[in-house]
Structures are given as structure tokens and as C-alpha cells.
Design a binder for this molecule. Sequence first.
Ligand code: TYM
Length: 337
Amino acid sequence: MERPRVLSGVQPTGSLHLGNWLGAIRNWTALQENHETFFCVVDLHAITTPHDPKRLAENTLSTAALYVACGIDPSKCTIFVQSHISAHSELCWLLNCVTPLNWLERMIQFKEKSIKQGENVSVGLLDYPVLMASDILLYDADFVPVGEDQKQHLELARDIAQQRINARFGSNKENNILKVPKPLILKMGSRIMSLSDGQRKMSKSDENESSRINLLDPPELVRKKIKRAKTDPHMGLEFGNPERPEAENLLGIYAILTNKTQDLAQKECSEMGWGKFKPLLTDATISALEPIQEKYKKLRENPEDLYLILNKGKNKAEETAQNTLYRVRKALGFLSP
Ligand code: TYM
């Protein structure tokens, strides 16, 4: 029986952090057991804001290594680099020509990121969600496991597939050209917040390094960052108090990292002051990251293995992507070569 398809990706911009892992990659590892999974390093997305060409290849490799270190099994999943499959850019162009400009102008991430860029906003930044739609639609993905912040982009991908391609160019309901994907968003961890402000998302682009824990941060640095993390004057950790976003966030991270239900974590920490809770969270974080860091180190010592994984992934991804691209080209009426 055919297994449902899954596709997701992370941008290789800087180091991956706890949010990327707990909000997205953690879910990928669960899905790989009974889904057909495609995980790409979305390097074309990484140049939509100014980037350093000296670091792009290294960041791409490091991100792929982190996928495997976090438990993505290359014998079960297709792991590949987005720019190795030219169909992503090609489908993006085809979809660009049917996507209304105002759908892109209202994207929250575009608005937020373009404010930061000032005068220098690229066409690529505006077009980013169409490239993301191409990533997903090329692989006929049924499900796309992402954090909460990507929900709007997923809705756009669905609208492009359904309203702009299938409805306009499909011949009948059964003969759809593109599969319409569904987002998969975890209940716990889909929005991990900054350590320095419980109301802002933990993000790679935050200038304050202490606002996030990177998956490759050594134990001493984790300790320091958690020590500095913002707290509040209340005693006892709790969920569900809108006045206490930091408690909500840090207790949530603790529950996930220790594999405890929210109820259990809250019971354990309800009488605890921050001074007692922080070392507990620090130990849980360090021991959760330790196996990832060890595996990562080994992978980077044998870069050949990683290249083999990415090459195998490229071949598999290429075949699937070309099939979809062919379907879309045909539906849009292009002359076959
Ligand atoms: P990116 O690289 O910003 O983040 C990768 C994944 O991590 C999730 N995430 C978070 N989850 C919880 N809390 C946070 N603080 C947090 N920060 C990030 C993101 O939701 C994402 O799932 N546009 C995407 C990359 C992309 C993609 C795709 C994803 C390109 N093409 C196709 C899925 C399918 C992005 O910038 O993710």
C-alpha cells in the first residue's frame, strides 16, 4: 500500500536552534516510520535575504548533518539539497505566473522581514512563499510538518494548487494536476519563544545570540544562556497564565525535553522558584543535546558519508520532481522538447 507523502525543509541560515528541532524536525523523525518522507535543505530560500557566499555550502552541509544527527534516518528518508533539483526553480516560475501579487504582499513573514531589510528588499523575498509552494507541490506531499509560523505559507501553497492550477487547468475533479497538501503542526513545541522575551518567537535572525539555544551550543554556553533567560517575579512554574509568557515557554521546553506531559511537568515545578527550576531545565537541555552533538561530530568527521546520502537523495528527489513538473508543463500547454 502506498504510504502518505511528507515533505519539509529548513533554511541553512546560521545554526539550527531548539525551535527548529522541537517545532519541526522532532515531528519528522516520528513520521519517517510510516510515511514516505522527503526532507530538503532549502538553500535557495537562504539567499532571499543578504547572505555570505563563503558560508552557504558549509551551512548547507551542516544542516543536512543535523537532520541525520536529530534522528532522520537516511535509509528511510530522502534527504536532499533544494538547489540540486532545478525543478524547484522551474515550477516556481510557472506558479509565479498564476499567483496574484496581492496574495504575496499580505504574507506576515514578508511584512516582518521586509521591514528589517529597509530599502534592500529583494524580489526573491516577496516570491519566497511561491518557491516554498513549489518545494511542497513537486513531491505530491500529503502532509507538511512545520512550526506554527509557516501556517500561512502552507495555506498559500494549498490555494495555488487548488484555485490557480487544478481549478483552471485540470480537466475534471478526479484528474487533479497538483495534490493539495495539509500542514502538520504539533500541539506542543510548535511555537518556541525567545529566551530573552517570552512574547517573541525564537529565531535564527534575532541579533541577540542569548535569545536562542542552538543545537550545537556546548554545555557551558547552554548554562549561561539559561541563566540569563528572562524570568518574572512569581514563585512556581505554571501553564496558562497570559501574564507569564516566560513560564509558559520554559516549562513547555522542559516538558518536551524530559518527555513529560504538561500536567506532570507543571505538578513537578508548581512550587519551584526560578532559582531551582533553571538548573533543572539546563540539565535537561544539555542531556537532550548531547547525543545530537556526538552524532553530528562523527558525521562531520566523515564528509564522504554525508555526500553519499545527499547524492542518493538527489537521484530519488529528481525523479519524483520531474514527473510533477512534466504534468504541470503539459497542463499549461507547453510544447514537449
Ligand atoms: P525555517 O528555516 O525558518 O524553520 C524551519 C522549521 O522550524 C520551524 N520553526 C519553529 N518552530 C517552533 N518554534 C520556533 N521558534 C520556530 N522557528 C522555526 C519552522 O516553522 C519550520 O518548520 N519557509 C520555511 C522553510 C521551507 C519549507 C519548505 C518548510 C522552505 N520550503 C517546504 C516546509 C516545506 C522556513 O523558513 O523555515
